[in-house]
Design a protein around this ligand. Structure first.
Ligand code: ATP
Ligand code: MG
Length: 597
């Protein structure tokens, strides 16, 4: 039995190591006595507040330097989901401590993505949306506290010497010649750094821990660097910026975070996280007990790359049309492809959280989309590779030009959603693959002499096909069997083995459909530092002219449908307009993908 097979008694969700940790903390009352001042704050301010109304606090801390992807979706569902399940609050925190790479448009896109996934940060009358740059003053105060207690020093070695003296896995590091500076000297130099008296790279502030530690992250890590750069929120107020490893634990502490959940690559930094917060706690600077960091395996999805840098490369080199290209694993791309918040949340639940890295098969994601859309998506008929079908006895039997109205349920399990309407006549379109002159064994569709039902319409018997001078089939010919219309008493009088879908020539709409496929042919496109652009799937987008049933013409942009027999399709959010439909294929009906299929 794996972790994910067990069910959590409290929430009836699959249990996992994080749920167990949280449940243990709740039953021990680890955080039951903490106070919360209503906003992120130091120890003294929080102490003036009431008991924290949130039983736990988690956070999702993106750097606003790109669009979120499916891996972030896992982290969002995890952090917001845990808070929701355990009476807690999840903070949306923009980790904007790096002045150079951040941008407001990414902030807006991140807000949009988290809300789209169905989460928000309003709780107990407070908006828990924060930005780390608001904490720069407090971080500076913490740094001065460390310096004043001989726990940090200003190092002015060259970056090269600093690297050499750090040692490596087999060699202990060497103390910097600046390590023995007095507290007063360190304070003066740190203030000089802050005052802009030193150029970029001339000095760093380092925590004073142990240059011989077996964990390289504890060999006096740098905690402040000089960067004469304009920050998108704080402008030119600062020319020194905290390093991530220093900033992150402090952000968590100010916000009263209880469980700080991050990906496995931060495991080695946990000792420094604890070292720092223990000192700040002892100094009375932060609330107590301090937050704890827990690591889980990041999402690796086959046929997908999930690094912002690599996604940016796909956009910049124009391998895709943009960040929201439906082939992109970004949240905006997935949404445009037809993925829904339900599907994404189901995916996060199905893959669960573990402590060891693995690859999740892309078909797991697709399965979640099928499984959530099946119960929801309106049905429609479409013909993707149309060939005309002519009913040669129609006019004689029914009257010249007669159109017979047909109906079909919007959803087979939801009669309350009503019916679709379309017309059957002498001329229709069917899929090219639904006619075979010499049928293979087990083929129940149209071939000379065989009868099939045209779904929601009549039973017809195939007569043959017409060809052009080059021998290509131009039209399939059939005869209707009278009184076999679906839903009438005679419908079952003729038994057929095949049912095929169709669109009427009188009311069908011609429309472009984007047939998207996996972006890469290789299941692990970037494994081992491979050039992922060398394994792009040349057929990841095929645009076809399809015939659609009339109900699709006026669909709102971004509406999901099941095209019967064909798969799930969505009206494109950017280009679809009522009257001028454009559809994207989200996923086929069955999991039958092979490269190039
Ligand atoms: P990238 O490497 O693509 O730039 P990142 O980790 O630098 O991503 P952040 O904005 O720092 O991006 O990430 C915000 C949060 O999302 C972090 O807590 C991080 O752990 C989580 N996250 C990022 N990628 C994944 C992933 N593939 N699986 C799970 N969580 C992820
Ligand atoms: Mg990051």
């Amino acid at each position: 039995m794996t972790q994910a097979d067990k069910t959590d008694a409290e929430t009836s969700k699959p249990s996992n190591f994080l749920r167990q940790i949280i449940e243990a903390d709740l039953s021990k009352g680890t955080y039951a006595h903490r106070r919360w001042s209503g906003a992120p704050a130091d120890h003294k301010t929080h102490q003036q507040g009431d008991l924290d109304p949130a039983k736990i606090r988690t956070r999702f801390p993106p750097e606003p330097n790109g669009y979120l992807h499916v891996g972030h979706a896992k982290s969002i569902c995890l952090n917001f989901g845990l808070a929701k399940d355990y009476g807690g609050v999840c903070h949306l925190r923009f980790d904007d401590t790096n002045p150079e790479k951040e941008d407001q448009r990414y902030v807006d896109a991140i807000i949009d993505a988290v809300q789209w996934l169905g989460f928000d940060w309003e709780a107990n009358g407070t908006t828990h949306r924060y930005q780390a740059s608001d904490y720069f003053d407090f971080m500076y105060r913490c740094a001065e506290y460390l310096v004043s207690n001989d726990l940090a020093y200003v190092d002015e070695q060259s970056p090269e010497d600093m690297r050499i003296n750090r040692g490596d896995f087999s060699t202990p590091g060497k103390d910097s010649p600046f390590r023995g500076r007095t507290i007063d000297e360190n304070l003066a130099r740190f203030r000089a750094m802050r005052a802009g008296e030193l150029p970029d790279g001339a000095a760093v502030l380092r925590a004073k821990i142990d240059m011989a530690s077996p964990n390289i992250n504890l060999r006096d890590p740098a905690i402040y660097r000089i960067r004469h750069a304009t920050h998108h929120h704080t402008g030119d107020r600062w020319c020194i910026y905290p390093m991530y490893t220093f900033a992150h634990p402090i952000e968590d502490a100010l916000e009263n975070i209880t469980h700080s959940i991050c990906t496995l690559e931060f495991e080695d930094q946990r000792p420094f996280y604890d070292w720092l917060l223990a000192r700040l706690e002892a100094g009375g600077l932060i609330n107590t007990p301090a937050p704890k960091q827990y690591e889980f395996a990041r999402l690796n999805l086959t046929y997908v790359v999930t690094s912002k840098r690599k996604l940016a490369q796909l956009v910049n080199e124009k391998h895709v049309a943009g960040w929201d290209d439906p082939r992109m694993p970004t949240i905006v791309g997935l949404r445009r492809r037809g993925y829904t918040p339900d599907a994404m949340r189901l995916f996060a639940e199905r893959i669960g959280v573990t402590k060891s890295d693995s690859w999740i098969d892309y078909s797991t994601l697709e399965g979640c989309l099928r499984d959530t859309l099946d119960a929801e998506a309106a049905r429609a008929m479409a013909v993707l590779d149309p060939i005309p079908l002519h009913i040669e006895n129609w006019d004689a039997l029914m009257g010249a030009g007669h159109l017979e109205p047909c109906t079909a349920p919007v959803h087979p399990h939801h009669p309350e959603r009503g019916n679709r309407h379309f017309n059957f006549g002498a001329d229709l379109f069917i899929e090219r693959a639904d006619y075979e002159e010499s049928p293979p064994k087990g083929y129940f569709r149209l071939y000379p002499g065989n009868s099939v039902r045209l779904k929601y319409g009549f039973v017809v018997t195939c007569v043959g096909a017409e060809r052009d001078a080059a021998g290509n089939i131009t039209r399939v010919i059939a005869q209707v069997i009278p009184d076999t219309k679906s839903g009438t008493p005679g419908a079952s009088s003729v038994k057929v083995k095949g049912v095929i879908t169709w669109v009427g020539a009188s009311d069908g709409i011609k429309a472009p459909v984007n047939l998207y496929d996996r972006l890469f042919l290789d299941a692990q496109p970037d494994a081992g530092g491979k050039d992922f652009t060398a394994v792009l799937n040349p057929d990841s987008l095929r645009v076809i002219e399809a015939m659609l049933e009339p109900s699709l013409a006026h669909a709102a942009p971004g509406t999901n449908f099941q095209f019967e027999r064909l798969g799930y399709f969505v009206s494109d959010r950017e280009t679809h307009q009522p009257g001028h439909p454009v559809f994207n294929r989200s996923v086929g009906l069955k999991d039958s993908w092979t490269p190039g299929s």
